[in-house]
Design a protein around this ligand. Structure first.
Ligand code: MG
Length: 282
């Protein structure tokens, strides 16, 4: 396997820290140097606080693999609520969410971060007028990011890989790509994550190492997240397939189900061990 030289990283929001100082020390305690950074807390800070946090992160030497944003009003309590409220799909919220997405792109550019990921929302059927609207919105933000030198990464999982591939082809923006999250494919009941990874292939520019067990009503109720390696993703097949598609990016662990910093640290550490056991990363 050719993944042993790919850095292992962690999503900042997974570690449930109180701020950048605790984040940096948690990342260092895990023996890691790569982080995908939630940009929302920085965007929402006053400039003085933001500049201090940015300097703390910069001087730590931690490499930022990508940024991430969510949106106020997204409701993940059920598949139905997130279908209605997620991403840049809701018409009434488009202006606000566009502004926040652009702010994230601008902050990323300022910090030297090359890509920002978020859930664009559920992709409507290709024949629906709402599809053309979402396509326009994705192209609009991609164009704004292009001028900043930033890529837009779509978080995967709500739709089939074939539908996502159609959408990527239809938007046809060079800087629009995929953050592939195999657990989401299971949580949303959207198919087999390994097959989805193969389908998306070269469009995958960033990855979340997250795992899950499918719901007994896939696509109706949520599946259940687990530590990476304990769910139905098939960690070995996932890494093997990343290798086969020529994935060139970092291996970034995401863990959303733990409630405390200590529990999250333990789960992330277990994920690191799973990756190292399979492909020998340092
Ligand atoms: Mg994810």
């Amino acid at each position: 396997m050719n993944l042993e030289n790919h850095p292992i990283g962690v999503c900042s929001w997974s570690l449930k820290t109180s701020g950048p100082a605790e984040l940096i020390s948690a990342v260092q305690s895990l023996g890691l140097q790569h982080v995908q950074l939630a940009l929302g807390p920085l965007i929402d800070s006053a400039e003085r606080e933001r500049a201090a946090a940015m300097e703390l992160i910069r001087s730590s030497g931690i490499q930022l693999t990508a940024g991430m944003i969510g949106f106020v009003g997204e409701n993940y309590s059920s598949l139905e609520t997130i279908r209605r409220t997620g991403g840049i799909v809701p018409d009434a919220l488009w202006d606000d969410r566009r502004a926040r997405a652009i702010a994230a792109g601008e902050l990323a550019a300022r910090m030297g971060i090359v890509a920002v990921s978020f859930h664009l929302g559920f992709i409507p059927a290709r024949s629906s007028p709402a599809y053309a609207t979402l396509k326009f919105r994705a192209a609009d933000i991609s164009a704004a990011y292009q001028s900043l030198g930033v890529s837009l990464l779509m978080e995967t999982g709500q739709e089939s890989a074939a539908a996502l591939l159609d959408f990527l082809h239809d938007v046809a923006a060079a800087n629009l790509a995929v953050n592939f999250d195999p657990a989401n494919v299971i949580l949303y009941g959207a198919g087999d994550p390994i097959a989805a990874l193969r389908t998306l292939g070269k469009h995958v520019r960033h990855v979340h190492f997250k795992d899950a067990i499918a719901s007994d009503q896939p696509g109706v109720t949520w599946g259940r997240e687990t530590r990476f390696g304990d769910g139905e993703v098939n960690a070995s097949a996932f890494l093997q397939t990343l290798d086969e598609i020529g994935y060139a990016g970092p291996l970034v662990i995401e863990c959303e189900f733990e409630k405390t910093h200590a529990a999250a640290l333990a789960s992330v550490r277990a994920g690191i061990e799973t990756i190292r056991r399979i492909c020998g990363n340092q």
